[in-house]
Write a protein that binds this ligand. Structure first.
Ligand code: AN7
Length: 360
């Protein structure tokens, strides 16, 4: 079997807006695991699958759209790519720009980006500007700059290139399952991913590759849930920093995905998000960043309220890798158990744990 070469040089190429003149700027993104969650399946009586997007090269689903956006920017001779970001878009844009030999600049809300993501952008060589404001302010400024200067804006807002790449998550899912699932759960921030994922399912349905369409179930953090309230939130609040967005740029796309699929966009509290974050690591061995657990939190919330029928196939997008946000992983405190370097001392230290009987 030929090894995976990334999305542009995959079987999905024909669904992407690239031509023979488009260079393929790739880090071999896509082709991510679709893992069965035994725990969530047993709990819900459904067949629950986890689409592990943290396995992408920069650790989030953003790489799917970025390979297309930066390849096109390279084709167009762009000298600078620009984006606003809650963190993952900046890491991805900076990496693909580096690969293409194009300079990158990223606008992020000051002090609100997980350090792992910032560290990625630093290392990939992006010019980073921390804006005293929200992500929504960053996006407004980025659009303003792109309107007046010759830079390639690589945010997904109205960006068919980004969205076309992000649709591939649905193509991979359909090809893995043989059809669309009954329900597709995912976190929602700016609204690009739910729009693109739904667009992907519709594309494959129209092409006869899936006999059915899923219901799209999107979940926002309760303190940053404009799509649930039906109006922008001026001061969005959530510890899930990736989805701290008060005025989603792809508002209409997200609402259309919900309505056309007979789905829903619900809110989950930070407590529910962190419970799901913990559960995924403990029960499935999958380490995600907090925002990425919102889809699982939402599914569990529906289940707890008796709103989830058994026997369905459910796919949940886990959007980003847990390694990016160690503030989150250690926020409940981690107390190291320290000992001297003899076997006896280590055995004594372990004797306070469940290992005691094994070591006695
Ligand atoms: C892990 O990086 O918007 O609803 O600037 O990083 O398409 O915005 C990130 C979003 C979910 C929400 N999970 O997706 C950015 C950015 C993770 C994310 C979302 C993001 P959208």
């Amino acid at each position: 079997m030929e090894s995976w070469q990334g999305l542009i040089d995959s079987e999905y190429r024909r669904w992407l807006p690239v031509t023979d003149r488009t260079p393929s700027v790739s880090l071999n993104e896509g082709n991510t695991p679709l893992l069965r969650s035994r725990h969530l399946s047993d709990l819900t009586g459904c067949d629950v699958r986890l689409k592990v997007e943290g396995a992408n090269p920069t650790g989030s689903f953003k790489d799917r759209g970025m390979t297309v956006a930066i390849s096109k920017a390279a084709e167009d001779g762009a000298e600078l790519v620009l984006c606003a970001s809650t963190g993952n878009t900046s890491a991805s844009a900076a990496a693909y720009a580096a690969r293409a030999g194009i300079a990158s600049a990223v606008l992020v809300p000051a002090g609100r980006v997980a350090l792992g993501k910032l560290g990625q952008a630093v290392r990939y060589g992006a010019r980073i500007v921390e804006v005293a404001g929200t992500f929504d302010d960053c996006l407004r400024i980025a659009r303003d700059l792109a309107d007046h200067h010759p830079v390639a804006l690589v945010n997904s807002v109205g960006n068919e290139l980004r969205l076309s790449g992000q649709r591939t998550v649905a193509y991979e899912t359909v090809d893995a399952l043989g059809a669309a699932p009954d329900i597709h759960c995912l976190p929602v921030g700016n609204g690009g991913n739910i729009t693109a994922t739904w667009g992907g399912y519709r594309t494959f349905h129209a092409a006869g590759r899936s006999g059915r369409l899923p219901r799209m179930w999107g979940f926002q953090a309760a303190g940053a849930a404009p799509l649930v309230h039906g109006e922008p939130v001026a001061e969005p609040q959530t510890a899930a920093s990736a989805i701290r967005v008060g005025d989603p740029a792809t508002w209409q796309g997200a609402v259309d995905a919900r309505d056309e699929s007979d789905g829903l966009i619900g809110a989950v509290t930070d407590e529910q998000i962190f419970d799901a974050y913990q559960l995924l690591a403990r029960k499935d061995g999958v380490f995600v960043e907090p925002a990425s657990a919102a889809g699982v939190a939402g599914l569990l919330d529906r289940h707890d309220r008796g709103l989830l029928a058994r026997g369905q196939t459910i796919v949940i997008t886990l959007t980003g890798n847990g390694l990016k946000d160690q503030d989150a992983s250690l926020r409940d405190g981690y107390t190291p158990v320290e000992t001297g370097s003899s076997t006896a001392e280590v055995a004594r230290a372990l004797s306070h744990t469940a290992l005691a009987s094994a070591l006695s």
